[in-house]
Structure formats: structure tokens, C-alpha cells
Design a protein around this ligand. Structure first.
Ligand code: LER
Ligand code: MN
Length: 274
């Protein structure tokens, strides 16, 4: 198991949910703290200069864990179930760009709120249909680049569609593609799932990546999520991928990032020995 921290470009809005902004500086700081990698929160592939990113990763001995896409939704208003055909096509294009980038960096692209939502007056069935069709198209593009699409269940206060890990698994069964999976976020699971550990174990075949934050969305250890229980469940689910710290930066992002890794490192070391 390896540990990453979420970072974005210097211009990213608050809705980006990252600890640090500015790629080079974030990679340097993450490396100094002891993280193995960075999760890049992007709104477009053009934010990244591939040559320079490679240089910075090499310089600081870091990897990219995945590319996340919350800003495609929050900043650009683009999502899979968009009813405007032009914006829908543009959304597929933005994801195709991020998929190409992920084929060089990380191999995984997240689908958070960019999955879309059930508009007022519309039916769940219609939204599901649009989502499944778009997901199939995007997974097929990702397949050409050997990239996996990872769907993140997000709590009901942020979106009204695909909230729990069970719901995520059920819809991926319908999508019927092999290069997709789930990205459980324990902050959302604490709100939506019956029991974080049991849900992770029950849905183990889908888990490809995990977001970590405590119940108040601050550093693990600052709230009431039982992280030992989370790691025990991941072990029982035979999970051996990335965990990524996606927390609110608070007043002092450096301190928040350090507090997170100081709390999680012993759990990860113990995990990697077991
Ligand atoms: C993103 O990873 C997330 O957890 C959401 O709350 C926002 O997109
Ligand atoms: Mn998340």
C-alpha cells in the first residue's frame, strides 16, 4: 500500500478539495513529509506540462497516484449526464484528455461529482441510463490507453446520485466494463454506508483506490473514524493499492498534511508488514 496527498494547480478554487496548490511546490512538500505520491486534481489536461511534471516527480522521488476530476464538475459545470448534447460531448472530450494524461501518470482517472445528478423533475432511471451509456463510452476510450476509471460514491449533501459504495457497485455491474472500479472515500462512507469496514469487505472486488479523511474532513486522527478498523477491513479485502489523503487544508495546510501522515504512517507500515 502507498500513500498520496491531493494537490491542484495554483489557480484551483476552494471546491478542489486539496491540501496544497501549485504543482512543483506541492510535490516538493509532499515528498518532504514522507508521502509516496500526489493525486492531481485537474479540470483539464492542458494544466499539465508533461516534461516538467516528469522532471519534478524524478527530482523529488514521487509518483502520481491518480488524476481526480472534481473541478471538471465544480469549476466547469461539466458532467456525464448533462442534458445539453454539446456540453455532454465536450465532457467526454475533457475526460479523453485526462485519460491520455493518466496513461503516462498514474493510470487512473476518478469520476466524482462529474458523474452528474438527478435534475429536479427528472427520473432516476433517465439519469442512470445517461450515466451508464457515458460510462461505457469513456471506459472504452480508457481501455485503449490501459487506464482505469474509478467511480467515487459521494455523500447526499453534495450530490443526489450514487451516494453509497453499494450503489456504486450496483451501477458498475450494469456498466459491464472491466477497466472500471470504485474509489471509496471514508468521509462519504461515514455518512452513507451502514458500516465502513463491512461495506469495504462486501464490495472488495470493485475497490481500486481509497480516499482518507476523518469524519470532520480534517486529518485522520482529528475526528471519530476508526482508521485501524478501515485498514483491517482493507487487509481483509486484499487491497494493496493507493490510499490518498483528501482533506480540508484548514488554516495551516502544511500542518494538516504532516498531522495526516504522522497518524497514518504507522498504520501503513503495520499494514505492509502483515
Ligand atoms: C472528491 O474526491 C470528493 O470527495 C467530493 O466530496 C468532492 O468531489
Ligand atoms: Mn473524495
Amino acid at each position: 500500500m502507498k500513500i498520496a496527498v491531493t494537490v491542484a494547480g495554483s489557480e484551483a478554487k476552494e471546491s478542489a478539495f486539496v491540501v496544497w496548490r501549485g504543482f512543483k511546490e506541492s510535490i516538493k512538500k509532499a515528498s518532504e513529509c514522507g508521502y509516496d505520491g500526489v493525486e492531481l486534481a485537474l479540470k483539464d489536461a492542458s494544466e499539465i506540462d508533461e516534461g516538467r511534471l516528469k522532471q519534478w516527480l524524478e527530482l523529488y522521488g514521487m509518483e502520481v497516484s491518480c488524476i481526480s476530476t472534481g473541478q471538471v464538475f465544480a469549476d466547469r459545470g461539466m458532467y456525464f449526464t448533462h442534458q445539453d448534447p454539446v456540453i455532454h460531448r465536450e465532457t467526454v472530450g475533457v475526460f479523453a484528455g485526462l485519460i491520455k494524461l493518466a496513461s503516462v501518470f498514474g493510470g487512473k482517472v476518478n469520476i466524482g461529482r462529474a458523474r452528474g445528478f438527478i435534475p429536479e423533475g427528472s427520473s432516476r432511471q433517465m439519469t442512470e441510463k445517461r450515466f451508464i451509456e457515458t460510462m461505457r463510452e469513456i471506459c472504452d476510450i480508457a481501455g485503449q490507453y490501459n487506464v482505469e476509471m474509478i467511480l467515487e460514491p459521494v455523500n447526499r449533501y453534495e450530490i443526489n446520485f450514487i451516494n453509497s459504495v453499494d450503489e456504486g457497485a450496483a451501477i458498475l455491474e450494469q456498466v459491464g466494463r472491466t477497466n472500471c472500479g470504485l474509489q471509496p472515500d471514508v468521509f462519504h462512507m461515514n455518512i452513507e454506508d451502514d458500516d465502513i469496514g463491512k461495506s469495504l469487505m462486501r464490495n472488495k472486488k470493485w475497490i481500486r483506490y481509497v480516499h482518507l479523511a476523518d469524519s470532520n474532513r480534517y486529518a485522520p486522527g482529528m475526528g471519530h473514524i476508526d482508521f485501524q478498523g478501515v485498514f483491517d477491513a482493507l487487509r481483509m479485502a486484499d487491497y494493496d493499492g493507493w490510499v490518498s489523503v483528501e482533506i480540508l487544508p484548514g488554516e495551516d495546510p502544511d500542518k494538516m498534511a504532516k498531522t495526516s501522515i504522522q497518524y497514518l504512517k504507522p498504520l501503513i507500515q503495520q499494514y505492509n508488514k502483515s
